[in-house]
Each structure stands twice: as C-alpha cells, then as structure tokens.
Design a protein around this ligand. Structure first.
Ligand code: HEC
Length: 151
C-alpha cells in the first residue's frame, strides 16, 4: 500500500510542475529566438557601423546588408508573440511590449522601412549612406528607448 501511495504522490507532484515547465520551456525558446534574431540584425548592422567610423564605403555591402535588416525587422513582432512577462527571464525586454503590442509592431515596421530606404538610397553614394544610416539608427533607438532596458 505504501508503495502505491508514494507512486500516486509522486505522480501528483510531477504533474503540476510539468505543465509549468512546458510554459517555461516555451518562454525560454522564445527568448533564445529573439536573441538570435537581434544577433543576426547586429551581424548585418556592424559592417555599416564600421563605415560610419572610417572603414571604406562599400555600396554593395550597404545594399545587401540593409535589405537583410529590412527582412529581419519584419520578424521582430513574430519573435515577441510569446508573452514572457511572467517567466522571470534574464531579459532586457520591457513589459510594455505586451502592454502595447501595436506600437511595438509599428516601431518594427518603421525599422523595416528605414532599412529598405538605406538599401536603395544608401547605396548611391557616401553622403546618402550617412543620412539613410542615421535614419535607420533612429528607428533602432526609438524602439530601444521604449522597450529595451537601458544598462
Ligand atoms: C521594435 C523594437 C526594436 C527595434 C526596431 C530594434 N530593437 Fe534591438 N532590441 C529590442 C528589444 C526588446 C531587445 C531586448 C531583447 C531581450 O532581451 O529579450 C533588443 C535587443 C537588441 C540587442 C541585444 C541582443 C542580445 O543578444 O542581447 C541588439 C544587439 C539589438 N537589439 C540591436 C538592434 C539594432 C542594431 C537595431 C536597428 C537596426 C534594433 N536592435 C532595432 C527591440 C528592438
């Protein structure tokens, strides 16, 4: 008898946390995905940032990398569909994202537009590049100022 009741108790104890664990697992997976997404954005962003800081201007890189950022920007809202506010993640994402998802989405859309402009106009010459790169940078900042924890 004792064996059975221990088994039952164990089953009960395991059942409760396992449903929680799935949520936590989902939240952690969502977190990994969005970090991967921003790491990709950074990968395409860095060479252009370098050009702003004295590396030789390369129109092909601007055209290509900015177009990639525009595509990746369209994935930002998808990467935040899982609401991780209650999962105690070590995240820089502020709760406001899920309080006002429409605004968050529109800031991602602005980045997609500015990156597309950078790809087309920024590849026509160094001055146009500097101006369009600045425009795109403001779209990063506008979202970070509202939705990313500042260190
Ligand atoms: C629509 C909102 C939004 C836009 C636009 C945006 N970001 Fe972010 N970014 C975030 C949020 C939110 C985080 C924090 C994510 C987290 O910690 O889960 C973040 C984090 C990051 C990180 C850190 C990733 C990490 O692994 O910790 C980098 C790098 C980054 N962003 C670069 C950029 C660049 C470059 C741009 C513009 C080209 C940009 N972001 C535009 C919202 C945005």
């Amino acid at each position: 008898m004792k064996k059975i009741s221990t088994g039952l108790l164990l089953a009960t104890v395991l059942a409760a946390p396992s449903s929680f664990a799935v949520d936590q697992e989902r939240a952690e997976a969502a977190y990994e995905s969005r970090h991967g997404l921003f790491a990709m954005i950074r990968m395409y962003f860095a060479p252009m940032y370098g050009m702003m800081r004295g590396a030789p201007y390369d129109a092909d890189v601007v055209k290509y990398n900015a177009a990639k950022i525009s595509v990746l920007a369209g994935m930002i809202p998808d990467a935040f569909t899982v609401d991780t506010r209650d999962n105690n993640l070590d995240t820089e994402a502020l709760d406001g994202i899920w309080d006002d998802m429409k605004d968050f989405q529109s800031k991602a859309a602005t980045l997609a537009d500015r990156a597309a402009t950078l790809s087309s106009e920024g590849s026509t010459g160094q001055e146009a590049f500097a101006s369009a790169f600045g425009g795109m940078g403001q779209a990063c900042k506008a979202c970070h100022d509202n939705y990313r924890q500042q260190d």
